[in-house]
Write a protein that binds this ligand. Structure first.
Ligand code: GSH
Length: 219
């Protein structure tokens, strides 16, 4: 069975857990706590020399890092990654946007302001820039979602999951989503779709034949 190395509170890990749940794919889940340095052990670095989460270990032992690459791998051949030349490139466009313009501001703010004790003081000089870049990304999403239900086409794709993961917890990075009504409706649309799981839904070995156990967020 494929193994996902993931951290419960990590948005990048959550993207992958969401897709596996939507596709009802069984997998083995290994929880790696970066706050205990579990992503820097020799064993973990042998799997991912970058020491980051998530990674997916395939049945044959090959390992894939980078959350959005993992999404593309899992989604291959399904409607989650549209087959059309333009639509598939558009899906990647939003995923690259997520990694370049969205995650580095919104996820960083959430990490330092929500999870690291003293993080605000340590990173004071970066907060204005996170806010400026984060709100610019949210404004672009709002503009798109004011005219479309989803990022590509008329149904969910991996671009929606990639962007949902950190947007739905943007308030933990002190972003106010009040001025973005279309984003609010999109978040509710995604969360209301069948098979959606929340970020704090916990599993050890995940079998979608059984009803999943619920648990608390790691932090
Ligand atoms: N671009 C990477 C980012 C991965 C990433 O930064 N993951 C965080 C957790 S959300 C992590 O592992 N941080 C630990 C570290 O950098 O030491 C992805 O999308 O997978």
């Amino acid at each position: 069975m494929q193994t996902l190395y993931s951290m419960q509170s990590s948005g990048n890990s959550y993207k992958v857990r969401m897709l596996l749940a939507r596709l009802r794919q069984n997998y083995h889940l290994v929880e790696i706590d970066r706050f205990k340095g579990e992503n820097r052990t020799p064993e973990y670095l042998a799997k991912n020399p970058e020491g980051r989460l998530p990674i997916l270990e395939l049945d044959d032992g090959r390992i894939l890092a980078e959350s959005n690459a993992i999404l593309v791998y899992i989604a291959d051949g399904t409607h989650w990654l549209p087959a059309g030349r333009f639509e598939s490139a558009e899906t990647l466009r939003w995923m690259f946007f997520e990694q370049h313009s969205h995650e580095p501001a919104i996820a960083e703010a959430r990490f330092w302001l929500r999870f690291v004790r003293g993080g605000r003081e340590l990173r004071t000089h970066e907060i204005d820039q996170w806010m400026e870049r984060g709100y610019a990304a949210l404004a672009l999403m709002e503009q798109h979602l004011s005219k479309h239900d989803y990022f590509v086409g008329d149904r969910e794709t991996v671009a929606d999951l990639a962007l949902y993961a950190h947007t739905h917890v943007a308030h933990e990075g002190e972003f106010d989503l009040g001025a973005f009504p279309s984003i609010g409706r999109w978040l509710a649309r995604i969360a209301g779709n069948p098979g959606h799981i929340s970020i704090d839904e916990a599993h050890s070995s995940v079998s979608f034949g059984l009803s999943p156990a619920r648990g608390n967020a790691a932090i």
